[in-house]
Design a protein around this ligand. Structure first.
Ligand code: GYE
Length: 337
């Protein structure tokens, strides 16, 4: 009897250990499987200087979700290229499956991109582009055609000046540039420079780098008003909306008239909803859209790569432009950014 009890006890014990082991074991296998199945994407952003960039971050995060089988690692470069380079190196060490890079400036990426290539990690450049010696250092680019955005801004501005009968007058321009060396700055500045070459009556009366921020835009405009005087300014060409908000704040402070008809014309890029309201009211004369909803484009590219397909080297996102004439409150309300 004692022996039977002992044997039964041993059998129960073995069963218990076995069931504990098998539960624990199958659970840990599941977790490992879950993690192994997730495709890991490292996303390096240059900073969070504008609401546009926040919209880009949100769009990428909404596209690469765990439900869709992705793990996204987001890094903010705090407006320094060195930080971005360090972040990419961290991604390489972590062995991520893909890297998405929104580069603060165009040059200086060859070495780190070669390191990613040596580690067999495809890099997709997004938003702004890079200039590298060997284009095979990255897999694809998704973003904007900044030169074409600039050309659109110029042709819309010309139409407005013509409609106000100012096309043959002297046009004095304050130029607030974006982060120097970034594709967004280079493309938008090139368009303005070409326009200056073609229009002898256009002059730049003040120019400085606003780093794509409201604070800098305000500072530069305050300075321009003090040095040049509001009466000698016809146009402010801001390379993004944050700078335009800053320039407008400076003009409000100084009691300067701006906007359609009699005031200084404000030209801006991004077309964030807040700026579109100002445009609908005639305070900003031209808004050229820069589309931050790039997550779905990036997602599609990664899906293609996962399936072993080839991807286009260059994809421009869809963009439009606005003046007072093609905006309604309903359109702005329904917009995502
Ligand atoms: O216009 C600006 C942002 O690179 C297109 O960067 C982007 C620009 C955008 O900070 O608002």
């Amino acid at each position: 009897m004692f022996r039977l009890k002992k044997i039964l006890g041993m059998i129960l014990g073995i069963l218990l250990i076995f069931s504990m082991y098998s539960c624990g074991h199958s659970k840990s296998v599941e977790t490992e499987d879950d993690e192994r199945d997730l495709i890991v994407v490292g996303f390096s952003q240059p900073g969070a200087e504008s609401s546009w960039r926040v919209a880009l971050t949100d769009s990428v995060m909404e596209s690469f979700t765990e439900e869709r089988g992705y793990k996204l690692i987001y890094k903010d470069g705090k407006s320094k290229q060195d930080n971005q380079i360090r972040d990419i190196r961290t991604f390489i060490q972590q062995g991520v499956d893909y890297i998405i890079l929104s580069p603060i400036v165009e040059t200086g990426w060859d070495t780190v991109l070669a390191e990613a290539k040596a580690a067999n990690i495809p890099v997709i450049i997004c938003d702004r582009n890079v200039v590298v010696e060997n284009e095979s250092l990255y897999t694809a680019f998704v973003g904007s055609d900044f030169k074409s955005e600039g050309d659109t801004a110029i042709s819309e501005l010309k139409k407005i000046l013509e409609s106000e009968g100012k096309d043959s007058e002297n046009i004095n321009i304050v130029h607030i540039q974006g982060t120097l060396g970034s594709s967004a700055q280079l493309g938008r500045t090139t368009a303005l420079e070409r326009a200056l070459e073609k229009n002898d009556n256009w002059n730049i009366v003040y120019q400085d780098c606003g780093e794509f921020t409201k604070a800098k835009g305000r500072e530069i405009m305050t300075q321009a008003l003090a040095e040049v005087g509001a009466d000698n300014i016809d146009v402010i060409y801001c390379e993004n909306d944050e700078e335009a908000y800053g320039a407008i704040a400076a003009m409000n402070e100084a009691g300067v008239t701006y906007g359609n008809d009699t005031g200084i014309k404000v030209v801006s890029f991004d077309a964030m909803n807040t700026a579109l309201v100002l445009c609908m009211d005639g305070q900003i004369s031209v808004e050229v859209e820069c589309n931050p909803l790039q997550g779905p484009y990036l997602y599609k590219l990664v899906q293609l790569l996962e399936e072993g397909d080839t991807v286009p080297k260059l994809t421009y996102v869809k963009e439009q432009h606005f003046t007072k004439d093609n905006l309604t409150a309903r359109f702005i309300e329904n917009r995502k950014f």
